[in-house]
Design a binder for this molecule. Structure first.
Ligand SMILES: [Ca+2]
Ligand SMILES: [Ca+2]
Length: 92
């Protein structure tokens, strides 16, 4: 049987581990703002394993789950060091 303090300790450990891992930017659509659109992107990949580079696997642990949503929530709002992609206006 798991006691409540043990459960809380496990959650704290898991949150610490999540925080310590290098997280990817939660701005999945790269528009300078972490918002509901990025959340939708992650939720559409929930439960999926990521063998290689998955934009929705924010904590890079190989699976898209609630930990990635937690990471998105921590990054929610404008992206501080966002640089708008340079659009090449020259004709091809
Ligand atoms: Ca975004
Ligand atoms: Ca993940």
């Amino acid at each position: 049987m798991t006691t409540i303090p043990t459960t809380l300790a496990m959650i704290a450990t898991s949150l610490t581990a999540t925080t310590l891992m290098a997280a990817s930017s939660a701005d999945i659509d790269n528009n300078g703002d972490v918002n509901a659109m990025d959340l939708l992107s992650i939720t559409s990949f929930l439960g999926q394993a990521c063998d290689s580079d998955c934009a929705a696997d924010l904590n890079n642990d190989g699976v898209v789950n609630t930990a990635d949503i937690m990471e998105l929530m921590q990054q929610w709002g404008p992206v501080a060091d966002y640089v708008a992609p340079v659009t090449d206006t020259r004709s091809k």
